[in-house]
Design a protein around this ligand. Structure first.
Ligand code: FES
Length: 78
């Protein structure tokens, strides 16, 4: 599925950018180009960021928590 029509960026590429550390819409745009045009996809990008962060938080093994960097919830997910 294409998330950003202006730049022709797929959901898979946006998710890969988020997984690689792009945790804001601007960071995703910088990483893969999604969102660099009309802005019509910005809400969808933010939703993907929140969704992936929620999934990451749900799968964090608390027994290893002291070894992991704390997850910073994206401001857009509040
Ligand atoms: S649809 Fe992504 S910037 Fe226009």
């Amino acid at each position: 599925m294409v998330v950003c029509l202006c730049q022709g960026v797929s959901e898979k590429r946006v998710r890969a950018a988020i997984s690689a550390g792009a945790h804001s819409r601007k960071a995703v745009t910088k990483a893969c180009g999604a969102g660099a045009g009309c802005g019509g996809c910005h809400a969808a990008i933010r939703e993907l960021i929140c969704e992936q962060q929620a999934q990451a938080a749900a799968h964090t093994d608390v027994s290893e928590a002291p070894l992991l960097a704390p997850l910073e919830p994206a401001a857009v997910c509040a």
